[in-house]
Design a protein around this ligand. Sequence first.
Ligand SMILES: Cc1ncc(COP(=O)(O)O)c(C=O)c1O
Length: 394
Amino acid sequence: MVFVADYRSDTITKPCADMRKAMMEAEVGDDVFGDDPTVKKLEETVAAMLKKEASLFVPSGTMSNLIAVMAHCQGRGEEALLGDKSHIMIYEQGGIAQFAGVNPRTVANKPDGTFDLEEAESKIRMEDIHFPRTRLILVENTHNQAGGKILPIEFLQKVRVLADKHKLMAHLDGARLWNAVVAMETTPDTIAQYFDSISVCLSKGLGAPVGSCLVGSREFVERGRRHRKALGGGMRQSGILAAAGLVALEKGLPRLKIDHANAKLLAKGICDGKFSSYTCDVVSTETNMVYLMMSTGVSAMLVYKILDVVLEGEEEELGQGIQVRVCPINQACIRMVVNLHITPESIEMTLKKLAFVDRLIVSGEAANHLPNKENYKTFSDIKNPKKDRWGAKL
Ligand SMILES: Cc1ncc(COP(=O)(O)O)c(C=O)c1O
């Protein structure tokens, strides 16, 4: 028997029995014709939670962010300001340039996911025939590349002031807004109030199989509805999916605090383990992400590979029969996302495997435990270990 602890993302979560039942029983209609009552209920529920006029059910967070940019930037030659380590900038294939024709202008993200507002202001264009027109500021909360950090409310307030001063729109990529809300013990509108639009995901920590909602004014959402259709995101009997989203909000949202407690437990276990090869920061573990930081000279790719390998046997202390699935972010860091399938037992097993891998690395035997050394080489080459994901030299 193999024990699997899967931390690759909170998107790996599978729908629970209640969700499957709700999906089976959902009342549906053709949502492109506006006939699906379950989609309408979900859209109204999410809009009410964020205290905005309306919301739009879309297939993914990526499409939701893209539609937001398209609905805010209505002319040609327009520009959006965004963090250089934001999901929209790095992981959405440059969709805002590729499909929306909007120029992305980056501001350096700080380790806490915020950015310098003076730098942002300095990048807002003055009216000049040579320049694009700045229309939009994009913010991400919680911030994925900052290890699931919650952006301080004061920062959000200042973003609003800046946006108003320059007559810009502000959009929040709130794929994990729910995690921020639960960790801060607040309500979603506390964060949403500073933004003209917000994208929230149902398919991450909340555990729904598919879907995001784009929230904002009625007029904005109606513009977004047209863009959704053009992008191929007009869904038909999507009440089946919306039904899962409603269960996710009812059951998945309150249980996020369990993920946060488990993330702390894992982070503390890693610190208490006093491993030579890696460590992490318990204080920075604010929501459901744990960043495993490699010691100098330790390859995140190698650690990732051995954590993944299932060693034969039943000796847990020797890491046998335990598979720990993670995502290397760059050569120095591994991201572990705690999700609803991770239990205190998963964490106990993970710590055993981490302790074993640490001993292997210290003794210089790690690479010998890979099933095929060539695989490791190839993988490293593909990932270009001389540079991190943002092209910086390691
Ligand atoms: C911060 C953030 N925004 C947007 C997305 C995109 O969501 P999706 O995978 O549903 O397209 C993700 C996905 O992980 C994310 O982490």
